[in-house]
Structure formats: C-alpha cells, structure tokens
Design a protein around this ligand. Structure first.
Ligand SMILES: [Zn+2]
Length: 294
C-alpha cells in the first residue's frame, strides 16, 4: 500500500503536539521521545496481572492497526497508536511487547461442520428464549483474534432485549442469559419494582488486545460482554456508574456480586478507570476454575 500521500501531515502535526507523555513509538520522527515519561501499561496487579485491564471503552488507547472492523487509513492519524512493526525496536522506550502474548485460542478456526458442543449450546439458547443468529467465523491470525462459531444475539431471554445486538460465542450468550434469568431479572423486580426489559451492551466481540497490550482481551474471542445499563419495563434506566441512588445502587451491587462465579472475571466502577461506566463480564478460563472479581 502506498502511504506516502498520508505520511507528511501526521508527522508535522505530531511534532507540534509533542511532547506526549506516552510511549513514543508511533511515528518515524526521531525527536522528543521522553525517556522518563510515565508508561501507561504499568498498572498490573500482583498475582492477577492484566486482569484489571481486561477491557476498555474505545478511548484513544493503543490498538493494533489491523483491527478487523477498522479501515486502515485512520492509523495514519497522529494518535499515540500501537507501534508499527519494525519501528518498535528503534526506540528504547521501556519494553512493551510488540504483540500480546500468544493465546492458543487465536488459532481456532471453524470446522466444516459445527461441533456437537456448539450445536448443544444453541439448543440451550433456544430453551432460554435467546434470540440469535449464527454468523460466519471471525478470524484474524495476525491480530490474534478468533471466534469460530459466533452468534449474533438480539435478546438474552424472553423479553430481554440486548441492545444493540452483539456478536459473541455461544457459551457467553448462554452464561449471560442464565445470569439474567436467575439473577438480574429477579433483582430488578425485587429491588426496583419492575421487570427487566433490556440490557445495553458497550461491547462484545472486539478484535483487540487488553488495555495494557500484554494479552489478548477476552473480547477478542467473543468471550466477554460489557454492560452499560439496564432498562426496566417501567421505562426507568439504571446506568452502571457512580452513585445512582440507593435502590439502583443496591441492585447494581447485587448484580455485580452474584456475577462472580457464573462469570470468571467481573469488573466495574472502582476496578479502574476503564470500567467506571460498565460491568465487564467474561468467561476467561482460569487455573483451578478461579475467578477474578474486583
Ligand atoms: Zn469488557
């Protein structure tokens, strides 16, 4: 591809914008890479490194320039984007891996016929009242993303819409539908006086690494769901966020606590800045069946 037409402007702009307190890997410009700048990927927690960074809303964070649903051109904008390959080695900023750690799931591809376990999962979705459609496999070997048997989910149970409809793996859809049926819907009725009507999701399948770039996000396997708000049949909306009032706060607290177990990772407001406005739920396989809930 010929980027020459695009290359000059970003360089000029970037030069004017510097110094940016971020890893200065994004451009060919040899100037003003602050050696002592704080590095944004250092927030791993002891014992559970990366988990607190499991996902992010679409802030201007580093991301691969080969994200499946992104056109290539915007990668040329002077954002602090993920380092282009080949340039990472030139700057001696503290090592940020050029690529996230390999995840064996990245190699998963769809077989010619759907495996029995996937078929069985779809039967369970139907039994739960989930409205969904099968979609073609998502696979980006270079980026490390794979979703061999996606379902596009419109509802996560009888009369519980998922808005907007979202792509995920069948296991995640099933876990979410069960959790709604067993926990969220009863809690809405009991604590807020109205049944659940719909759930607003902030992201499901997204081909990207985790925020810190060290591992692939569970979103990259369709194995995660971010919930931004709950709408009840009486029209009220409970947004995930700070101080929503006593009853909504109790409802959110119930949902969050009970999510730990059915989901292997549960993050939300207070976990870190990236989760201030949504619950992140995923089914990341952990050693000994453990959970990470924060
Ligand atoms: Zn998430």
């Amino acid at each position: 591809m010929d980027f020459s037409r695009f290359s000059l402007l970003p360089i000029l702009l970037f030069a004017h914008l510097s110094p940016l307190p971020l890893t200065g890997s994004a451009t060919a410009k040899p100037v003003t890479l602050p050696q002592s700048a704080p590095v944004p990927e250092q927030s791993a927690r002891p014992g559970e490194q990366a988990s607190g960074q499991a996902d992010t809303p679409p802030l201007p964070q580093p991301r691969p320039d080969h994200t499946a649903d992104q056109p290539v051109a915007p990668a040329d904008t002077p954002l602090p984007s993920e380092k282009p390959k080949g340039e990472a080695e030139k700057d001696n900023a503290p090592a940020k891996p050029a690529k996230p750690l390999a995840d064996p799931r990245s190699a998963n591809k769809a077989a010619e016929t759907m495996p029995e376990e996937e078929l069985e999962c779809r039967k369970r979705l139907n039994a739960l009242g989930v409205v969904f459609e099968d979609r073609k496999a998502e696979h980006d070997a270079e980026a490390g993303c794979a979703l061999p048997y996606p379902v596009s989910v419109k509802s996560l149970g009888v009369s519980v819409e998922l808005a907007p409809q979202a792509l995920m793996n069948c296991q995640m859809a099933e876990a979410a539908a069960r959790f709604i049926k067993d926990t969220i819907s009863p809690a809405a009725t009991a604590e807020l006086g109205s049944p659940l009507k719909s759930i607003a999701q902030a992201s499901a399948y997204v081909c990207r690494p985790r925020h810190n770039g060290q591992k692939m996000s569970e979103h990259a396997f369709g194995n995660a769901l971010d919930i931004a708000s709950f709408t009840l049949q009486d029209g009220s909306i409970v947004e995930v966020g700070p101080a929503p009032g006593q009853k909504p706060a109790k409802f959110l607290d119930t949902v969050r606590k009970k999510a730990c177990g059915p989901f292997k990772t549960v993050l939300g407001p207070g976990s870190d800045a990236d989760h201030a406005r949504h619950f992140h739920l995923d089914l990341e396989p952990r050693r000994n069946g453990g959970t990470f809930c924060q």
